[in-house]
Design a protein around this ligand. Structure first.
Ligand code: KG4
Ligand code: ZN
Length: 348
């Protein structure tokens, strides 16, 4: 480890089993840092959640998020380095999420990463947050089946991706309106459950009857796009029609509808591209029903289910370190002029 200096910007960097990357993630409301070695070995992964700061507003407040990142970024990085047992001389590159996300939040991570890379004289690399979610599965399974269908479901995105390798993929479809996590959060807010809604609905759904309220399975056409805003409206109408419905039954019915659509489309995408497996990523991939169903359909269809640990599905920096390892080998480091790119897309 250590000693990789003066790698020219934009030229592939030689990475190997010992390459040690410090990764930083501040795109939304988690301040996270991780030390990843060889692209797959997570020496530390520290995530400081700001949920308590945002909960009383019912969602993430960008200005509060940026300020909290300023306070937490260095302590979280310090903790990641201590837990990994590494010093600055062991770090071969500094990776940071530079988009998509909240611009102020991203800028905190990017500025910190630049300062560290400059001070330590090591390469800097900006990572696409969504590519990080795609790479999460490779942390547990370095030999992911190829091609692989990845269902990327988070608070901001819902996508089906055909992946050949962590740096070679194609977006097959995405949401036309709300993201899956956004639908969870909005339904939870309507039910007065709190924020973020995903884990709360997930827990409540386990106590409810998914058949008590039958909600539509929105399949906009024979393609791989999604639509969740109609489902949210259907939940609101069902509760207004029958106020005696229990929150648990509504949660169970809603979750059954979301999971059915996600799994059905992922399964058809796998059949269409001849995938050898299905993986999931993003915060909603922490959902217990989704995780269970993906394993079941993969078993039924003879596919490999690549389901990362829950803490690697929600926002973290280890996945950014993994993605950075693969990107450095192809694109090499970024210039010190790296900026935040809040609207960064995937595969364009
Ligand atoms: O990937 P992520 O941590 O942040 C974004 O990049 O958006 O995803 C956060 C989203 C939130 O909408 C949250 O409600 C949802 O993931 N989520 C869940 C669960 N845990 C988090 N949704 C359903 N079930 C869960 N267990
Ligand atoms: Zn995310």
């Amino acid at each position: 480890m250590g000693g990789v200096v003066n790698v020219p910007v934009g030229e592939p960097m030689r990475v190997d089993d010992d390459t040690c990357i410090l990764a930083i993630e501040t795109s939304c409301d988690e301040t996270a840092a991780a030390v990843v070695v060889g692209g797959t070995r997570v020496r530390s992964s520290v995530v400081s959640s700001q949920i308590d700061l945002h909960a009383r507003f019912g969602g993430v407040v960008p200005e509060i998020a940026s300020r909290a990142h300023v306070d937490l970024c260095i302590p979280v990085i310090d903790q990641a380095m201590v837990e990994a047992g590494v010093g600055s001389g062991d770090i071969d590159a500094v990776a940071v999420t530079h988009g998509p996300g909240l611009v102020g939040a991203l800028l905190v991570g990017v500025a910190t990463a630049k300062a560290l890379a400059l001070a330590w004289n090591v390469p800097l690399i900006g990572v696409n947050h969504l590519e990080g979610h795609l790479a999460a599965a490779s942390l547990e399974n370095p030999d992911l089946p190829s091609p692989l269908v990845v269902l990327l479901v988070s608070g901001g995105h819902t996508m089906l991706v055909a992946m050949e390798s962590p740096t070679s993929y194609e977006v097959l479809g995405s949401t036309l309106d709300d993201a899956a996590g956004e639908a969870y959060d909005k339904v939870a807010r309507f039910l007065g459950l709190g924020y973020p809604g995903g884990p709360l609905i997930d827990r409540l759904a386990a106590e409810g009857d998914p058949e008590a309220v039958r909600l539509p399975r929105a399949m906009p056409g024979d393609n791989f796009d999604f639509s969740f805003s109609g489902l949210k409206t259907a939940v609101i109408n069902a509760v207004r029609r029958d106020p005696s419905l229990s929150d648990a039954d509504v949660a169970a019915g809603f979750q059954a509808a979301v999971v059915a659509v996600l799994v059905d489309k992922a399964r058809r995408a796998a059949a269409r591209i001849g995938a050898k497996g299905i993986s999931i990523g993003g915060g909603v991939a922490a959902n217990s029903a989704l995780r269970r169903r993906i394993v079941e359909v993969c078993e039924a269809d003879g596919l490999e289910a690549c389901v990362p640990a829950r803490e690697m599905c929600t926002d973290n920096a280890a996945m950014i370190g993994a993605a950075a390892h693969h990107r450095l080998a192809i694109d090499g480091p970024d210039a010190a002029t790296l900026g935040a790119d809040p609207g960064l897309g995937l595969g364009v």
